[in-house]
Design a protein around this ligand. Structure first.
Ligand code: HMG
Ligand code: MG
Length: 308
């Protein structure tokens, strides 16, 4: 690799960010073909070796809802000790029981900012989702686990269109009030733009949320993800979700395409001189290797540029 891109820091941005890798979960949950559990385990090990610390491994959801992740138990057993500190998705108490049985120490619940997506993704109404999450968060916290909470459809919803900012803040605050320690604001269908990101983060700040507890989770459907990251950085957000190679989507939101590619994010942060601890070459190599298993090239511009 060359020493590109040139590093030119910008005023007023955080010196360091955390990249929260969602490829093995958000990336693979949408794959049509079954991926062998050994390949998933190797992917996770390679991502850790590339310097990523938070790698979301799988979901303890109903196996018929997301067949691609039905091997969650096998995968966690295969990862052994290495897997226990890595976050997993749990929607309900049954999911939490499965995660606890395997010794998982970080769980993530996933709520919806809209009524329609709550029903489609969780089979619950907007209000009912909190009743489902309440015992999950309480029991997880009592057991000493860390709980992240996602909010989906924060910037727009394929069925409901524009989602009012107050509605997103209300759902997010309710999840934090249940006891979640961090909130990841999801642009599930990638329709957010920079000014909207600023307005949403500032609305959370105005409602008393510590911006340090927020993460931003962008899907790159309209090519806005990095511009949105820049807006997030300006507002002081220091955690960004991304998916190696730009894999991703949500099986219950057909218009959700790939997540922001981790490589694209790393290149962008390198240009700004913002520390992240990730080895870009190792990451590109991993995504190229995975693309071989999936039978198609990575959609990430940086992977394509560096692996060509
Ligand atoms: P339900 O059908 O309402 O479940 O599904 P239920 O509570 O009525 O239970 C029905 C049966 O399912 C019972 O079995 C339960 O034991 C079983 P029975 O007694 O009839 O034999 N069951 C389970 N089995 C295994 N694991 C479980 C589980 N729960 C119930 N956890 C449920 C409700 C939430 C389970 C279902 O809707 C579901 O699994 N949804 C998951 C959907 C999903 O994974 N979506 C993708 C992740 S979200 C996302 O990608 C967005 C994100 O990336 C951020 C962004 O981009 O916005 C995070
Ligand atoms: Mg997502």
């Amino acid at each position: 690799m060359t020493d590109l891109p040139m590093t030119v820091p910008a005023e007023g941005l955080p010196a360091r960010v955390t990249i929260y890798e969602v490829g093995p979960r958000d990336g693979l949950q949408n794959e049509a073909g079954l991926i062998p559990t050994e390949v998933k385990a190797e992917l996770i090990r390679r991502l850790l070796a590339a310097g990523l610390r938070m790698v979301e491994t799988t979901s303890f959801v109903h196996p018929t809802w997301v067949p691609q992740l039905a091997d969650a138990e096998d995968l966690m057993r295969m990862l052994g000790d290495e897997g226990r500190d890595l976050p997993v998705l749990v929607p309900n108490e049954r999911g939490l029981d499965r995660a606890l049985e395997l010794g998982c120490r970080h769980v993530a619940i996933f709520g919806s900012a809209t009524e329609t997506f709550a029903r489609k993704n969780l089979n619950r109404s907007l209000d009912e989702q909190f009743a489902m999450f309440e015992p999950v968060v309480r029991r997880a916290r009592d057991a000493g686990l860390d709980v992240r909470a996602y909010v989906s459809m924060c910037f727009g919803d394929p069925w409901e269109g524009v989602v009012p900012i107050e509605q997103v803040v209300s759902v997010g605050r309710r999840l934090l009030d249940l006891g979640a320690s961090r909130l990841s604001l999801g642009d599930t269908i990638g329709v957010g733009t920079a000014g909207h990101v600023t307005a949403l983060v500032e609305a959370f700040r105005g409602a008393g949320t510590d911006v340090g507890d927020l993460a931003l989770h962008f899907h790159d459907t309209y090519g806005q993800a990095l511009s949105n990251v820049q807006a997030g950085l300006r507002s002081g957000v220091t955690t960004y979700d991304a998916s190696a190679g730009g894999l991703g989507g949500c099986p219950y939101a057909k218009s959700a395409t790939g997540n922001l590619a981790t490589e694209d994010l790393v290149w962008f942060l390198n240009g700004l001189g913002i520390e992240h601890g990730v080895d870009l070459d190792a990451l590109v190599e991993t995504s190229t290797w995975l693309a071989g298993h999936l039978g198609r090239p990575s959609p990430s511009a940086v992977v394509r540029a560096l692996s060509g």
